[in-house]
Design a protein around this ligand. Structure first.
Ligand code: NCD
Length: 300
């Protein structure tokens, strides 16, 4: 595997290997694995969790790390993605982690550099490391992914997280139902191998309720009448979930809109576990891309 651009680049075996290697990593120690390697983090869109965990992951593996955000860089002066990448490629990075509002930006970066590219979110298209850390969190909390039922609730239409996660869950044998108002469920999404429902009551049987934020920065018009009405009809309140049902959210959360504060802070919430999983999984991904695996022995 040269790059990680989409969940579509992975097989079930790849996913299981990455999750197993994340589980085996000692995240509280500094490991020498990537000594002498340069990891470049290029973030052209806001990020708290993803950018901090990639930076920390690379540092924990002893890589040199260079993190650049669009705000404050020459992107502000009109430099294109191509020229930014060509400029930074002169430092000969081994990996480039890229987040960009445009779909396909990571592929473009791959064309202008020899580095391994990790997609940290491109528009509403893909966010593969988020899906991997979500699987890791579910496996850790619930044991097995096979046969698990996950309800993803909210703004699926604008969500790269949902697209990546549906694909990843299908690969590992879990079942997904997408739940939300019809305006926020993309037409034809069932082709990815999931069910859809416009009834909030359908989350009742799910093992995991995965909540999505209204991604208003990607909406060109009003998809919901008002935040108050959205919260009333689709918000995940204590009354809408049962004890023991796990609740997840990729963050950032909007308390009182898509998720009630009492749910976000409850013992069944895995939201902070997702953040710690993010570190281990991103360490495992960098290791997978930058460290050659021993060749399989050929049996004569
Ligand atoms: C998500 C993203 O940026 O795609 N956040 C994240 O990476 N943790 C989801 C979101 O912004 O709603």
């Amino acid at each position: 595997m040269k790059h990680l651009l989409s969940i579509g680049d992975l097989t079930r075996d790849d996913i299981e290997r990455i999750l197993d290697s994340a589980a085996a990593l000692a995240v509280d120690e500094k490991l020498p694995t990537l000594k002498g390697k340069l990891v470049l983090n290029l973030f052209f869109e806001s990020s708290t969790r993803t950018s901090s965990s990639f930076e920390l992951a690379a540092k924990k593996l002893s890589a040199d790390v260079l993190s650049l955000k669009a705000a404050g860089s020459s992107v502000d002066k009109g430099e294109s993605l191509k020229d930014t990448v060509l400029t930074l490629a002169a430092y000969e990075p081994h990996a480039i982690v890229v987040r960009h509002p445009q779909i396909g930006a990571p592929e473009l970066v791959a064309r202008y550099s020899d580095a391994a590219i990790v997609n940290a979110g491109d528009g509403k298209h893909q966010h593969p490391t988020q899906a991997l850390l979500d699987l890791f969190t579910m496996r850790d909390a619930l044991g097995s992914l096979d046969g698990l039922h996950v309800a993803i609730v909210g703004d699926v239409l604008h969500s790269r997280v949902a697209r990546s996660l549906v694909q990843a869950l299908a690969l590992v044998g879990s079942r997904t139902t997408l739940v939300g108002p019809p305006t926020l469920l993309p037409r034809g999404i069932e082709e990815l191998g999931c069910g859809i429902s416009t009834d909030i009551g359908s989350i009742e049987t799910a093992d995991v309720v995965y909540v999505l934020r209204l991604q208003r920065e990607r909406m060109e018009s009003a998809y919901v009448p008002s935040l108050r009405e959205y919260a009333a009809r689709w918000g995940i309140t204590p009354g809408r979930i049962r004890p023991g049902q796990k609740v997840m959210h990729p963050g950032p959360i909007n308390r009182g809109v898509e998720i009630d504060a009492r749910v976000a802070d409850s013992p069944d919430s895995l939201i902070l576990a997702q953040v710690s999983s993010g570190l281990a999984v991103r360490m495992a991904v960098l290791q997978e891309l930058l460290v050659a695996r021993p060749a399989l022995e050929v049996v004569a």
